[in-house]
Design a protein around this ligand. Structure first.
Ligand SMILES: *Cc1c(COP(=O)(O)O)cnc(C)c1O
Length: 399
C-alpha cells in the first residue's frame, strides 16, 4: 500500500494509461492510492478489520459536526439504493406515512421503494427539476395529519439540482414531523451539519463525494431513532437496527463485508481530510463546475438550471439544436478523447450531464471543454446553442 504522505491532493495524477476520466456521479474516478488500498485481503472477523470499520464510522460521523454524541453511523452492504431502502424500512414505522418530495429519478425511486415496502406514502412530484419549497411542504403537512416523515433528496442527481433542504427541514419540524435525507450525491462535499440543519437520518454511499469505490452505503442517524427502529424492518439483510446492534456488540458487519471496498474507502477518507474535509472538497468541486460551465457556455451550450440551483456535483446541459449534433456520436468522440460523460434524464427535452465530482481538478475540466469543442468540430456543429423549446422549458424555473 502506498503511504498516505505521498498523496498530495494538489497533484491530481491522471487515471492509468488508457483509462478515461469518469465524468459521472459515481462510480467515479478515484485516486490511485484508493485503488492500491485494495491490493490486500482482510479477514472480516479479524481485529484489524474491525478497527477499520470503527475508524470508518467515526470519521463519517465527524463530518456531520455531531459534538454531543447524539448520532451514530451504520454502514450497510450494497449500492446506495439498498441503503435508502434500509433507511425507509427501518426508520418509518409500519403504521407511519411518508411524504416523498420528488423532482427527478431518485425521488421517484424513494416513492417506489415505499410501494414495495407496502407502507403509506404520498408524493409531491415537481417534475424533472423544479425544487420542492418549504411553503408547499408545510401546506401538504397541514392537509394530511397522518404524515409522520418527509424524505427529500439533497442533490437530485438526475438534473443536478441542489434542493433547499434547510428550508424544508424548518417546515417539517415546525409541523412536528421528522425528516429523512437522501444525501447520496452531496454528503462529503456539501455541508449537512446537524447543528445547522435538523434531521433524523441521512443516507449516502461509498462511491460518491468521498471518492471511494462502490460496494456499500451508510446511514447516519439519531441514536434515539436507531433504538426505536428495532423490529421494524421488512428485511433481514437491510435491517439497520440489527446491523447497528451487531456492530456495537462485536465490531463486525452481520454478513460478509466488502473488505477491499472498506479499505479503499478509509484511504479515500484520509484524502478527504487532507483536502480540508467537506469545505475543501466542496471548494474543489465548485471550481470544477465553474471552469467547466464557463467553458461550455463559451461554446454555446446552456445549462438547464440557473446559478441558484446549480450544484457543484453534476450539471445538465441541453443538447445543441444543430441538425448535425447527435448525442451518441458526441459521447463516442468524448470517450475517444478520454472522457466518459453521462446521458440526460429529462423527459421533455434532450440533454446530457457532466459530473464535477471525482479525483480531478480544474485543469482536467479545462481539457473536458477542449474535448467538447473538438468533438463539435468533428461533427460539423458550429454552435452548441439549444433549441427554443429547451429555453421555453427553462423559463418555467424562473416563473
Ligand atoms: C447515486 C444515488 C443513489 C443510489 O444509487 P445506486 O445506483 O443504488 O448507488 C440514490 N440517490 C441519489 C440522489 C443518488 O445520486
Amino acid at each position: 500500500m502506498r503511504a498516505e504522505a505521498t498523496d498530495k491532493v494538489e497533484g491530481f495524477e491522471p487515471p492509468a494509461l488508457g483509462e478515461p476520466y469518469l465524468l459521472t456521479p459515481g462510480p467515479l474516478t478515484t485516486a490511485s492510492s484508493v485503488k492500491q488500498a485494495m491490493l490486500r485481503d482482510w479477514g472480516s472477523w479479524d481485529g484489524d478489520f474491525r478497527a477499520m470499520t470503527g475508524d470508518l464510522r467515526n470519521r463519517l460521523l465527524a463530518l456531520t459536526g455531531d459534538k454531543k454524541g447524539e448520532f451514530d453511523c451504520v454502514p450497510i452492504q450494497g449500492s446506495g439504493t439498498f441503503a435508502v431502502e434500509a433507511m425507509l424500512g427501518s426508520f418509518v414505522p409500519r403504521d407511519g406515512k411518508v411524504l416523498v418530495l420528488a423532482n427527478g429519478a431518485y425521488g421517484l425511486r424513494a416513492a417506489q421503494t415505499m410501494q414495495y415496502l407496502g407502507r403509506a406514502h404520498t408524493l409531491i412530484d415537481k417534475g424533472d427539476y423544479l425544487p420542492p419549497r418549504g411553503a408547499e411542504v408545510a401546506a401538504a403537512l397541514d392537509a394530511d395529519p397522518a404524515i409522520t416523515h418527509v424524505i427529500v433528496i439533497h442533490c437530485e442527481t438526475s438534473s443536478g439540482i441542489l434542493n433547499p433542504v434547510g428550508e424544508i427541514s424548518e417546515a417539517v419540524y415546525a409541523k412536528g414531523r421528522k425528516l429523512l435525507i437522501d444525501s447520496m450525491s452531496a454528503f462529503g462535499a456539501i455541508p449537512l451539519d446537524v447543528n445547522e440543519i435538523r434531521y433524523e437520518v441521512m443516507v449516502s454511499s461509498a462511491n460518491k463525494c468521498i471518492e471511494g469505490v462502490p460496494g456499500f452505503g451508510f446511514v447516519i442517524a439519531r441514536k434515539s431513532e436507531l433504538e426505536a427502529a428495532k423490529g421494524r424492518s421488512h428485511s433481514l439483510s437491510l435491517d439497520i437496527h440489527a446491523q447497528w446492534a451487531a456492530m456495537e456488540k462485536t465490531g463486525q458487519w452481520r454478513f460478509t463485508p466488502p473488505t477491499h471496498v472498506v479499505a479503499a474507502f478509509l484511504q479515500a477518507l484520509k484524502l478527504h481530510e487532507a483536502e480540508g474535509g467537506v469545505a475543501g472538497r466542496g471548494a474543489r468541486y465548485a471550481k470544477n463546475r465553474d471552469v467547466m460551465v464557463a467553458g461550455m457556455r463559451e461554446l454555446g451550450f446552456e445549462t438547464l438550471l440557473s446559478e441558484q440551483w446549480l450544484s457543484p456535483i453534476i450539471v445538465t446541459f441541453f443538447c445543441p439544436a444543430h441538425e448535425k449534433f447527435s448525442f451518441p456520436r458526441f459521447y463516442d468522440l468524448m470517450k475517444g478523447k478520454g472522457f466518459i460523460i453521462y446521458p440526460g434524464k429529462l423527459t421533455v427535452v434532450e440533454s446530457f450531464r457532466v459530473g464535477c465530482i471525482g479525483h480531478m481538478d480544474e485543469h482536467v475540466m479545462r481539457r473536458v471543454v477542449e474535448a467538447a469543442a473538438a468533438s463539435l468540430n468533428e461533427m460539423g456543429v458550429d454552435t452548441a446553442a439549444p433549441p427554443a423549446t429547451a429555453i421555453a422549458e427553462r423559463a418555467k424555473l424562473a416563473a
